[in-house]
Ligand binder design. Structure first.
Ligand SMILES: [Zn+2]
Length: 128
């Protein structure tokens, strides 16, 4: 079979979208391809911070403790573990991701620092 643009500058041989090699030279395994396809799918579902609104609140916990809670940012649209890491570093505290609830929680009252960090990342932030 001859390709439509064979012999012209538009004749670009098909290459693997994962490794970039010609399909005939590609050594990607089906598992590797599936893993990369899943990553691409997740990346496609991400939303830019500018299109998201985070709601930051400070909530009481057992034993006179408080927690800074961030809602409004979904696990689908964001890399919540990476965001939590950044917030933990900015606030100097520990925290958790509750992906099922699309919720981030930091130990202690760090609302001001959390708002500043989220805003610096481009997120819209509201108080509650
Ligand atoms: Zn490949």
């Amino acid at each position: 079979m001859t390709r439509l643009f064979a012999g012209t500058p538009f004749d670009i041989p098909p290459s693997c979208e994962d490794c970039g090699k010609l399909v005939s030279e590609c050594r990607c395994t089906p598992a590797e391809k599936a893993a990369r396809a899943a990553l691409r799918q997740r990346a496609a579902e991400r939303l830019p911070p500018q299109e998201q609104t985070a709601c930051v609140s400070v909530q009481k916990r057992k034993g006179n403790r408080v927690a800074t809670v961030i809602v409004g940012l979904t696990a689908k649209a964001n890399d919540l573990p990476a965001l939590l890491k950044q917030l933990q570093a900015a606030c100097g505290t520990g925290g958790t991701v509750k992906a099922k609830e699309d919720l981030l929680e930091l130990q202690g009252d760090h609302a001001a620092q959390v708002r500043a960090t989220l805003a610096a990342n481009g997120y819209r932030v509201i108080e509650r």
